[in-house]
Write a protein that binds this ligand. Structure first.
Ligand code: FAD
Ligand code: NAP
Length: 523
């Protein structure tokens, strides 16, 4: 919901929605862009009406503030923060009506439903009224929490409750030699791979998040002794065991692993796990088209992160003192990377194809980064699963503009790992020939792999263009989506501007493709 608009836009003639940067937005009045909002928050104006005081808000009090000119919203339930969003109304890209849906109540779901990554805490910090008054809670047994970690921890009640609903409860253990400490996670799942676990070691804190089905299991510890920056991660697939091997700085015997940090040893639905960020350094930037560049970032040496195919991450930059976050889909360094040795080791670098919108908020800032500068990169998100490729015979990819990005790794993976695959066809929609990303790679790939074919469709071609023209349509799709046999197993992946994707899905259903045969990439 709280996605960020760009600079300034002409006054709208009506409340019609426009699509910009991937989602529908209400056109904002002149002077009501995010930059204008940031300027207002920096003006020193009292935006809460409380002259800088923070108060405890009861549920009864919250309910009273449910009008447009007096609208309070609580985020994150009973322990959450309460904001006076009235001054923000006109700046909200989702429109006033959307914001009013949470007036005088808990807006967490509304915020999460749309864009849970948006850092409202940073954007709305000047609107903070206070915290919800906490109801007296049942006395808690702190004995367990104070315990140091010396091996297996007794599981918390929260973990137990969730584990009953989710995957069988994971656990961890550790052991040591003179020079090494090995932390072992028992996931009790067979389909664990190297991209299921994300490890970050920063200063003394050690964090390992394991994705088990739709759940996140976290180990978060302040280590009792110093370790070296690098470590290794191994998976024993058939038993779902993960081993993280740390190198001790000094060869002493550890009495305990360390002290638990926030949410240590917890299993929560992935959607409820906060996003964790680490700083990555810009290594190179290369023009791919007139407005799209290939960015290469280096992960810190003490991070293990492999973004699963079809998933995206969030990039975070501080723009005029406000944290701004936008999603991007990592790609390979080249479309042909499976056919050649990578120039740089795969697991330490992360590549993005990013289109720069001159009037956009985030991408011009990204474009101004110098080699050596840093950007924050989050853990991955997304719901594509490579199991969707099982026994697949025909893979059809429908991409518009930068909607091509998820297709890059998909293409590489499918052509190299799926023996049943007979045909992969990409229909790539762009305005002009100059907008086609990696056209020469795509054409080269058609020669390298006979199963692959590409069709370019242009919406604003020059008169000499003799390829396909127009927008996504039932006629284009029915001609393109020919199965290799009547009963062949098909998957159609679609990604682009939201209305493109929505229309495409509608046409696909009209052409009798089932829900299971279609995967759409969205936020
Ligand atoms: P914005 O400020 O969002 O503006 C974009 C354009 O829309 C500008 O021209 C601006 O003038 C116009 N605009 C903005 N708001 C309004 C409004 N209210 N009314 C009228 N016009 C408006 N992009 C990539 O390039 N590569 C990727 O790999 C990629 N992956 C993505 C993955 C996901 C899951 C999603 C959801 C999106 C992805 N995107 C990707 C898009 C990306 O997240 C940003 O939306 C995009 O980079 C634009 O950001 P911006 O802040 O620069 O532009
Ligand atoms: P673009 O260049 O503006 O458009 C690409 C092609 O799509 C053009 O031919 C364009 O036609 C057509 N198109 C645009 N809107 C359409 C609509 N409503 N119906 C049918 N065709 C339409 O695209 P872009 O600027 O690169 O934007 C790519 C989009 O993909 C962004 O919105 C981005 O957020 C999204 N994206 C999403 C993900 C994800 O969810 N995982 C990943 C990457 C990118 P016209 O000439 O008529 O405009």
């Amino acid at each position: 919901m709280l996605n960020v608009p760009s600079q300034s836009f002409p006054a709208p003639s009506s409340q019609q929605r426009v699509v910009a940067g991937g989602r529908s937005k209400v056109p904002l009045k002149q002077g009501r862009s995010l930059m204008d909002w940031i300027r207002l928050t920096k003006s020193g104006k009292d935006l809460t009406g409380l002259k800088g005081r923070l108060i405890e808000v009861t549920e009864e009090e919250l309910k009273k503030h449910d009008k447009k000119d007096d609208c309070w919203i609580c985020i994150r339930g009973s322990k959450g923060f309460v904001y006076n969003v009235s001054p923000y109304m006109e700046y909200h890209p989702g429109g006033e009506d959307e914001l009013m849906r949470a007036a005088g109540s808990d807006g967490t779901d509304l915020f999460d439903q749309v864009h849970r990554w948006v850092n409202y805490e940073s954007m709305l910090k000047e609107c903070l009224v206070g915290r919800m008054a906490v109801k007296p809670a049942a006395p808690k047994d702190y004995h367990e929490e104070k315990k140091v970690l010396n091996g297996m921890l007794p599981k918390s009640q929260a973990t137990d409750t969730l584990a009953r609903e989710g995957p069988s409860s994971p656990s961890y253990d550790w052991f040591q030699t003179d020079s090494l400490v090995t932390i072992v996670v028992y996931t009790k799942q067979k389909d664990i791979t190297l991209d299921s676990v994300i490890v970050d070691h920063q200063d003394d804190s050690f964090r390992a998040e394991t994705i088990i089905k739709d759940y996140s299991y976290l180990i978060n510890i302040e280590l009792s002794h110093a370790v070296q920056g690098d470590f290794s991660v191994r998976i024993v697939e058939n038993v779902g065991k993960i081993e993280i091997v740390l190198k001790k700085k000094e060869n002493t015997s550890w009495k305990c692993l360390g002290h638990p940090l926030e949410n240590h040893n917890s299993l929560v639905p992935k959607k409820d796990a906060g996003l964790f960020y680490r700083q990555c350094q810009l290594i190179s930037k290369e023009d791919v088209t007139h407005d799209t560049r290939l960015f290469c970032f280096m992960l810190p040496p003490s991070t293990h992160l492999q973004v699963p195919i079809g998933q995206h991450v969030y990039l975070k930059l501080t723009i005029t003192d406000t944290e701004i976050v936008k999603p991007y889909t990592p790609v390979s360094d080249s479309l042909l990377s499976e056919f050649k040795e990578p120039a740089l080791p795969n697991n330490k670098y992360i590549y993005f194809l990013i289109k720069i919108y001159p009037a956009g908020l985030f991408t011009p800032e990204l474009d101004h980064l110098q080699i050596g500068d840093f950007v924050f990169v989050s853990n991955p998100e997304g719901n594509f699963k490579t199991s969707q490729f099982q026994e697949l015979e025909d893979l059809f990819l429908l991409a518009a503009g930068t909607g091509f990005t998820p297709m890059v790794k998909l293409l590489n993976y499918a052509l190299t790992n799926i023996p049943s695959l007979r045909k992969v066809k990409l229909m790539f929609f762009n305005k002009t020939e100059d907008d086609i990303i990696w056209r020469s790679h795509l054409e080269e790939l058609t020669f390298k792999d006979k199963r692959f074919d590409v069709e370019f469709v242009l919406s604003a071609p020059i008169s000499e263009w003799n390829g396909k023209q127009g927008h996504v349509s039932p006629a284009l799709l029915s001609e393109f989506l020919k199965r290799s046999s009547d009963k062949s197993k098909v998957l159609i992946c679609i990604c682009g501007p939201t209305p493109f994707t929505e229309q495409g899905i509608k046409f696909l259903h009209e052409l009798n493709f089932s829900k299971d045969e279609i995967h759409s990439f969205t936020a």
